[in-house]
Design a protein. Structure first.
Lengths: 655, 251
């Protein structure tokens, strides 16, 4: 017999009618979120031309992968699968319910033949079981939560929703069973058929069925209406947040147009950075609303994991509390989060990488840092000194024993000549002023000479200004960058080689916004190309070399394979447990090279991880990582194991 | 109330010794320039007094015309005005006479602060000479100042402690560094505001020189000799090192 929808139910359409107020309450809740979010400022324009597919404001790829499919959530396999079962199970069940409704209203024949047996029967039962398994796992995990869920503040709203979902699924199965028990087996509905066999209520069954049917419908509607007022609102916010995430890796800081401030009085100048919620962009506020306090960022944050005052989850939790309480103009925000926490961020972006819902934590932290530095002049002491050195001397290496040209003493290095030289070899600060890093510069010069590349350096060596930017001093960065761009233009520089990923990132992400027009190639990529084209020949030692991903080459610029290809051509590549996009920071980023660390030292943690691979050489492609790991390793061994890839290549080069 | 702080723009005072070179007996012009180390402490103290007392704060300097860009930092820190006498003499009499002339043009000045010594010549002479020319008391090595009835209460740092002094009326103080006068880092807004604060440039006046002439200037040559200490373990290495240092009379 063909299944009769709303069997045994009088006025069943009432449920469908009630869905209208439920949806209205749902819509109002979402609208309230929108009202909150739109109090933020317009989003930062990155001024980059992206070839990403866009529908309205939504970037399609991220919307579908990170937003709908939720790819990142599967990085924790069990949670990911449970979440997937629940989400897709509920989607299928919702579609099934809509089909029933379509059958009632328009007579669409869904209860016939194979479609009924496979889809309306078997598939819906499978979906129900899947969703039930998923939600049970998630409920148990909420009841016995890991630390990441409870630290700072647990998101308490989930348990009620999970119990609600379980009630919906269980009542659904029993309704099916009770109906089948009275009307005879339904082809394909294996769960319903089995349950029906167990039910022996006789006449009472139809009453129970009726009560269950109404509870099932009412709970479902209540749950839908309640979604925007519960953590389940991530059903809407997460895809939106993922879709609005500009598809450029890293914190997407943009630049500040200081020229607009010229000629303004002290009072009229807008407040720089973020001192209160209202200063954040709409995307920041959406981030804050979307964050589910899952704590995945807390688990991967180098600061949080080594006893610093910062946890990205802690910051997002505080921000969410302020937003929840409507404290848009409350300037106690920064003091609540604390200066220490705000400066402890190494901007490594591990949090962003781990976040399943595309929250940009470092952006929020760095914007608050900008305010502390540029408005309140508050910063840790050593950072302050580095900052002043950058301002006065154009490099942050306080107390260096070297002049700008000492790194190339006794070495013939060509100076960039306008119209003649092809590449500018950009030296930057660490390679000039830090003794250990000077070897990287010398090695790179040897490689370029050996390969016959036309290159030259600037007569006067300078910093990109990136450390200032990462410390929050956007103003100083803009000034230094402006001078560099001017000099590059005068010299007609069109191609730049960088040895420091921070310089590379600054040149490619921020300089174009200030008017720069030149190509930049990081030394890892250039060396890879030189090897591939046969411009340099290397002996492969066959010895194990462990490669540490610099955050600004890897996570921020997705250059994972190029440096590995270089390493593989001189030895045997060995990986640390945390590698590639999950690499653990050396601790130097975000200006934290110039800081007095609290708690365990990040560089020691990472150096130990590298040492534990057993490799006798630790390679990296960033002078700061090299310096930090060299220093970190001193705790465990006296041997000098850390080398830049340029040094390794240079030592294996055949003339 | 009107306070004047003397500030001198000097070549980078933290150039690594190995990189330091002279041109015509002075630091090579390639080094960046900045306000002297102790002068910044004096500016900071001046700004603190200004904030406390509502005083006017003027920076008076003797130096090159291009030094204005570096003196603006003092304006960003909170000073109201810069007066620069353009000149390039290193003679303390000439400098002091020019500073006296510039201060004289500022109307009634209640207090003059200066760094305890410049960061290039390191003599610490000018403030004292200036006090003599102004016929005012001179307090060297001061670290803090408070306004007191008809004058100032001053703390002076001695080698082993602190002396509290009462100065009646006006005076010239040279300031040394203490944690309380670590120069502030100006906020960006203040840097922008400083661009609009007044800068007055004065021509140098002729003045008698000290009867001292410079015969030569030299800087110590830095030599580094590396010697490996052959040792089995740490203890042995330390023992050997100590013996060697004593032999070479470093200890």
């Amino acid at each position: 017999m063909e299944r009769v929808p709303y069997w045994n139910i009088s006025f069943g359409l009432l449920i469908d009618i009630l869905s209208l107020p439920a949806l209205a309450i749902f819509g109002y809740g979402i609208y309230r979120h929108w009202l909150r979010i739109r109090q933020g400022k317009a989003n930062i324009k990155l001024g980059l031309t992206l070839e990403a597919l866009k529908v309205g404001p939504l970037y399609l790829r991220s919307f579908i992968t990170r937003g709908i499919v939720g790819t990142r959530i599967y990085k924790k396999l069990f949670t990911g699968v449970a979440h997937g079962l629940l989400f897709w199970g509920m989607i299928v069940l919702t579609v099934g319910t809509v089909l029933v409704f379509a059958n009632v209203l328009f007579g669409i024949p869904v209860f016939r033949g194979e479609f009924n047996r496979l889809c309306m029967g078997a598939f819906l039962d499978v979906a129900g079981l899947a969703a039930l398994a998923g939600v049970l796992f998630l409920l148990i995990r909420r009841l016995f939560p890991p630390e990441r869920l409870t630290c700072f503040k647990a998101n308490t709203g989930f348990i009620l929703m999970e119990v609600g979902i379980i009630a919906i699924i269980v009542t659904g199965f029993f309704i099916e069973g009770a109906r089948i028990a009275q009307n005879g087996a339904d082809p394909g509905s294996f769960v319903g058929n089995w349950l029906a066999a167990q039910l022996t209520g006789g006449g009472g069954l139809s009453t129970i069925h009726r009560y269950l049917w109404w509870s099932h419908g009412l709970i479902a509607l209540a749950l839908i209406a309640y979604i925007p007022y519960s953590p389940l609102v991530h059903l809407v916010l997460a895809p939106a947040n993922a879709g609005l995430d500009i598809p450029v890796p890293g914190p997407k800081m943009g630049v500040v147009d200081f020229e607009a401030f010229e000629g303004e009085g002290e009072e009229e100048t807008p407040s720089l950075g973020v001192s209160k919620l209202a200063d954040f962009s709409r995307k920041n506020l959406l981030d804050i609303s979307t964050c589910l306090k899952c704590g995945r960022c807390h688990e991967v944050c180098p600061a949080a994991q080594t006893g610093k005052k910062l946890s990205p989850k802690g910051v997002m939790t505080t921000l969410a509390e302020y937003l929840q309480q409507g404290k848009m103009d409350d300037e106690s925000l920064l003091d609540t989060i604390t200066t220490d926490a705000i400066y402890s961020c190494t901007t490594c972006a591990a949090c962003m990488e781990a976040c399943p819902v595309a929250v940009n934590q470092p952006n929020a932290i760095l914007r608050m840092r900008q305010h502390l530095l540029m408005e309140r002049s508050e910063m840790p002491e050593i950072m302050g000194q580095a900052n002043r050195s950058l301002e006065a001397r154009h490099h942050p290496f306080i107390g260096t024993g070297f002049g700008p040209n000492d790194w190339r003493k006794g070495l013939e290095v060509p100076i960039f000549e306008k119209g003649k030289t092809e590449y500018l070899l950009w030296i930057g600060c660490s390679i000039a002023y830090e003794e250990r890093a000077q070897h990287v510069g010398r090695a790179m010069v040897a490689i370029l000479k050996n390969a016959g590349v036309s290159f030259g350096i600037l007569e006067e060596n300078r910093c990109t200004g990136d450390p200032a930017k990462q410390m929050g001093n956007e103003f100083l960065f803009t000034e230094i960058a402006g001078q560099n761009i001017e000099e590059f233009n005068e010299l007609g520089v069109t191609k730049v080689i960088t040895m420091c990923p921070h310089c590379f990132n600054s040149f490619t992400r921020h300089y174009p916004l200030l008017g720069a027009k030149f190509e930049v190639i990081p030394h890892a990529v250039l060396i890879r190309n030189l090897i591939a084209s046969g411009a340099i020949w290397l002996k492969n030692s066959g010895l194990a070399i462990c490669y540490h991903d610099p955050c600004y080459l890897g996570r921020h610029n997705r250059l994972f394979s190029e440096p590995r290809q270089v390493v593989s051509s001189i030895g045997k590549l060995v990986e640390m447990p945390r590698n590639g996009c999950e690499s653990f920071c050396c601790g130097a980023g975000g200006g934290n090279y110039w800081t007095e660390e609290e708690g365990t030292r990040i560089n020691q943690t990472r150096a130990k991880e590298a040492l534990d691979t057993g490799a006798k050489t630790i390679a990296t492609a960033c002078p700061f990582c090299m310096l930090m790991l060299t220093d970190g390793l001193k705790k465990f061994t006296e041997e000098q194991l850390v080398k830049d890839i340029a040094e390794l290549v240079c030592s294996q080069m055949e003339a | 109330m009107h306070i004047v702080v003397l500030a001198k723009v000097v070549p980078d005072y933290e150039v690594p010794s190995a990189d330091f070179e002279l041109v015509e007996n002075r630091a090579h012009p390639r080094y960046t320039r900045m306000i002297g180390l102790y002068d910044e402490n004096a500016v900071e103290l001046g700004v603190q007094l200004k904030e406390k007392l509502g005083a006017d704060l003027t920076i008076v300097s003797y130096g090159l015309s291009d030094d204005v860009q570096f003196l603006r930092k003092a304006l960003a820190m909170g000073a109201d005005k810069v007066v620069l006498v353009e000149g390039n003499s290193d003679d303390p009499y000439v400098i002091a006479a020019n500073l006296k002339d510039a201060i004289g043009r500022q109307g009634n000045v209640d207090l003059v602060l200066a760094g305890r010594q410049s960061s290039d010549m390191d003599r610490g002479v000018v403030p004292g000479v200036l006090a003599g020319m102004l016929d005012l008391p001179f307090v060297p090595q001061a670290c803090s100042v408070e306004s007191a009835e008809g004058g100032w209460k001053i703390a002076q740092i001695t080698e082993i402690g602190k002396r509290l002094l009462k100065l009646s009326g006006k005076g010239v103080l040279s300031i040394t560094s203490v944690p309380e006068n670590v120069p502030r880092i100006p906020a960006v807004k203040a840097i922008f505001a400083a661009k609009k604060k007044p800068v007055e440039k004065l021509a140098e006046i002729g003045a008698r020189k000290m009867s001292i002439s410079e015969l030569s200037v030299s800087i110590p040559k830095v030599e580094s000799n590396c010697e490996q200490i052959p040792a089995e373990d740490m203890d042995d290495a330390v023992r050997q090192l100590l013996r060697r240092l004593k032999e070479e009379r470093y200890l």
